[in-house]
Write a protein that binds this ligand. Structure first.
Ligand SMILES: Cc1ncc(COP(=O)(O)O)c(C=O)c1O
Length: 385
């Protein structure tokens, strides 16, 4: 294996070890193209995919409306010396569709937009501490103390165990008036209970801290407006990424105007935040999301997948511990070695199915595709090779 890219690839979750436990001859390692729910590797093999670019693609790969929009934007120059008209137009579209986003800033990656949300919360409150719940990206503020390369002072102040109301409340109260923000992922392996969501809102309000909802996986998937829309939440700030531009590099932080104002009193800026290929992809994606009622499709098709996975768990109880997740994002919990064996057996049969991390359906997955996948997983689970 080449050592030109340490760890094989720049996206850790795509490395062979993450997919198959190790690099294995004959299993796919690098791809050349993707369309709909299909991916072609560098040996010309086709796979039905549920990794969907780690949840960044909800319309299917190379969706024609998005491809047309990005082609036009590329032909129009893609970037320039001035901010594009499209930046302001798209902000208006998003605010209209998600009224809790009164103003926003675009960035390129989820981690970057989360870091911007934390910076804005700190600048607005004049406080330092941040509590997180879930995964918020690779940047310093979101790492546990002791992470190699991260000085302890830069690491996250603490983490809240998902849906643990009492421990969450205690941690927020213990942080007192040092607490700038609580950032949380609304779904971590299961739906959140109402009590957890209410506690986070009430306690942050009581403390004067900013409530940041990390909707990077849930935005444009649970609903166009993510968990905030589905559960009727009242965030101070939300962060969207991944599916909002169907795989083109775009993320955003947005929320209450008076809090977002703090972005002008600190320094948050990126040269390519205003390239307009990704902005065009986002506008086209949101349009398809509404027109084709994509979240309803994901819930229906994902429900079929999740139901089928539960049947498989019943048929293979010695291998499958639990089925985790929700229709829109789910997986089989298995012993490490069994999960690896399943991922390899599935790939040999033309299926890319994540072990120990979410699988995602898209607009390109339909009933026949899901039924074929379930039959194939049944076969793969029976494969002891
Ligand atoms: C909930 C959540 N927050 C933040 C991130 C980081 O986003 P990115 O990988 O685009 O930097 C991710 C990525 O998986 C995520 O799922």
């Amino acid at each position: 294996m080449s050592d030109r890219i340490p760890g094989f690839t720049s996206t850790g979750s795509k490395r062979p070890a993450a997919l198959f436990g190790d690099a294995v001859p004959g299993l796919p390692a690098r791809m050349v193209s993707a369309r709909g729910a299909d991916v072609w590797d560098d040996r010309g093999n086709r796979y039905t995919d549920y990794i969907m670019a780690l949840g960044a693609v909800a319309l299917g790969y190379a969706h024609p409306a998005v491809t047309a929009a990005v082609t036009a934007a590329a032909e129009a120059g893609a970037v320039g010396p001035l901010p594009p008209v499209l930046e302001d137009e798209l902000a208006a579209v998003i605010s209209r569709r998600m009224p809790w986003i009164e103003s926003l800033r675009f960035l390129k990656t989820g981690a970057e937009a989360m870091a911007a949300a934390v910076r804005i919360a700190r600048a607005h409150t004049g406080r330092s501490d941040v509590l997180g719940s879930g995964y918020h990206g690779w940047l310093d503020w979101a790492q546990a103390p002791g992470t190699p390369g991260v000085p302890d002072g830069a690491a996250i102040s603490g983490t809240l165990p998902f849906a643990d109301v009492e421990r969450g409340r205690a941690a927020i109260r213990a942080a007192g008036d040092r607490l700038a923000a609580v950032a949380f992922e609304p779904i971590v392996l299961a739906e959140p209970g109402g009590e957890w969501l209410r506690m986070l809102r009430e306690e942050t309000r009581r403390s004067g801290a900013i409530l940041i909802i990390d909707e990077i996986k849930t935005g444009c998937r649970l609903a166009v407006g993510g968990a905030t829309e589905r559960y009727g939440l009242e965030p101070d700030l939300v962060v969207l990424g991944k599916a909002i531009a169907n795989g083109f590099p775009l993320a955003l932080v947005g929320g209450r105007r008076e809090i977002m104002e703090a972005a002008t009193r600190t320094w948050i800026s990126s040269t390519l935040a205003t390239e307009f290929v990704s902005l065009a992809a986002c506008r086209a994606t949101l349009d398809v999301m509404e027109r084709s009622e994509v979240p309803a499709h994901l819930a229906r098709i994902g429900g079929r997948l999740l139901g089928g996975l539960r049947d498989l768990a019943g048929r293979h109880p010695h291998l499958v511990r639990r089925v985790l997740g929700i229709p829109e994002m789910c997986f089989l919990e298995m012993e490490e070695a069994d999960g690896i064996r399943l991922a390899r057996a599935a790939a040999r049969r033309g299926l890319l199915f994540k072990r120990s991390a979410y699988n995602f359906v898209s607009l390109a997955h339909d009933e026949p595709v899901v039924d074929a996948t379930l039959a194939l997983l049944d076969e793969a689970l029976s494969d002891r090779g």
